[in-house]
Design a binder for this molecule. Structure first.
Ligand code: IMP
Length: 416
């Protein structure tokens, strides 16, 4: 049976999926996003030009590839239009599911208002309206991209929604658009997006059946998954492999090779538990060496050590066939490197992810560091201590590390 391959993040997002998807997208005919929205983001530099991608799949840089924004994605038309303006002639190369839900002008304001109300318990969202758009979808109050085909009807429905919610929004300090601006916006969205709308599920079924090479591109990471992550400090979508089925319409039998992306250390943006976080000098060094500042919001990322317990959990949830281990070179020059191999939880040491990671303490194994792996593209050329580190990750996760990245450049990648 023909199948689509899948890429997912195994940690708290920002694992470096961009480099791998960008590399792999060169040899795929179709690349599809299945979850999240413009909370995700990476920058790709090619041919001396810089592209900021948030919603559009990375396959857009392969002139031969067709790119799909699947039904599981939440789409902010304003942002998508801005992103599209970076490219010429997208017709036939980009398709947007008519079943994807819209992030409308008020969702962002609701997101920010809820964060303000949470105070010290704020999630630290990207403020892009992701949670409120998914909440409306699940509450059956959302609006789908396909509704833009009849702007008049959509406008009326939104006005009813705004009216019904007016007392709550006013108490929360949510800004809502005035009717005239809203209508003008909806017309602009329709004019810009109508040529790209399609039943992308049918397209994907056909492409997979015809044996085309299809790549499904995940966003965020497993530990941010709405069900399996560190709830409530998560994003609002299914970031795991299962989300690729609901978010595209492909069946579980149509999912082929699963590559899980993990950084050689760990980072997190936003709040919530992070057992292997390093608050000291070494955490700061990881941040500087790894340039760990958010691409979407510019926030400094929290940094710490590779968490093997979380990775084992993530590999099981996603059914990973291989791990791509990213940014190994960021550990260059560290005298010692740690891996979190267990959690101290309620008085005992456990090797699984419990109900709540709050208050869990890491149990580390320490490894000797190495001088330099930057730019090495051959496994045998790696220092022994780096090989020992990688082999420990394989042992504790039970999954082969098939790809190792030793610099941001495409060439500096070990394929084993
Ligand atoms: P939201 O997705 O904007 O609602 O944010 C919820 C949580 O997910 C916050 O902790 C964000 O920092 C985090 N998050 C969302 N998108 C990304 C991403 O692309 N990389 C890393 N963290 C993310």
């Amino acid at each position: 049976m023909n199948q689509a391959d899948l890429i997912v993040g195994l940690q708290w997002g920002d694992e470096g999926k961009g480099k791998i998807v960008d590399m792999m997208a060169q040899s795929y005919e179709v690349v599809a996003r299945f979850a999240g929205g413009h909370n995700a983001g990476h920058t790709i530099v090619t041919g001396g030009k810089k592209y900021a991608l948030h919603l559009i799949p990375s396959g857009i840089l392969n002139p031969e590839a067709v790119n799909i924004i699947g039904n599981g994605v939440v789409v902010c038309p304003e942002n998508l239009m801005k992103e599209m303006s970076q490219f010429e002639n997208l017709q036939g190369r980009l398709w947007l599911s008519d079943k994807a839900h819209l992030i409308l002008p008020y969702h962002q304001s609701i997101d920010r208002a809820r964060e303000r109300m949470r105070g010290a318990k704020a999630i630290g969202t990207t403020g892009r309206g992701i949670g409120p758009a998914y909440a409306d979808k699940i509450a059956r109050l959302g609006h789908r991209v396909g509704e833009l085909k009849d702007v008049e009807k959509l406008f009326e429905k939104i006005m009813v929604y705004l009216e019904q919610n007016a007392p709550i929004f006013s108490a929360m300090g949510v800004e809502v658009p005035d009717a005239r601006t809203l209508k003008a916006d909806l017309i602009r969205y329709r004019d810009a997006l109508l040529p790209y709308m399609a039943d992308t599920t049918q397209m994907l079924w056909r492409d997979v059946a015809e044996g085309k090479k299809v790549l499904l591109e995940g966003a965020q990471g497993t530990m941010l998954d709405i069900d399996h992550g560190t709830y409530p400090y998560v994003t609002s979508s299914s970031t795991v492999a299962g989300g690729a089925c609901t978010g595209t319409g492909l069946s579980p039998r149509q999912i082929g090779k699963v590559t899980g992306i993990a950084k050689a250390y760990c980072t997190r943006v936003g709040n919530g538990p992070f057992p292997s976080e390093d608050f000291g000098e070494e955490g700061e060094r990881l941040r500087q060496q790894g340039h760990e500042f958010g691409t979407t919001t510019g926030r400094p990322r929290r940094c710490g050590w590779f968490d093997a317990v979380a990775i084992r959990h993530a590999c099981a949830l996603n059914g990973c066939d291989q791990i791509a281990l990213m940014k190994l070179d960021v550990l260059d020059g560290f005298k010692e490197i740690r891996i979190c191999v267990g959690y101290r939880y309620e008085g005992e040491v456990i090797d699984y992810v419990p109900y709540d990671l709050e208050g869990v303490e890491p149990v580390y194994e320490t490894f000797p560091g190495w001088q330099k792996v930057e730019g090495i593209a051959d496994y045998d050329a790696l220092p022994d201590s780096a090989k020992a580190y990688i082999e420990t990750i394989e042992r504790v996760s039970g999954v082969r590390v098939g790809i190792i990245s030793t610099s941001p450049d495409r060439e500096d990648t070990i394929i084993r």
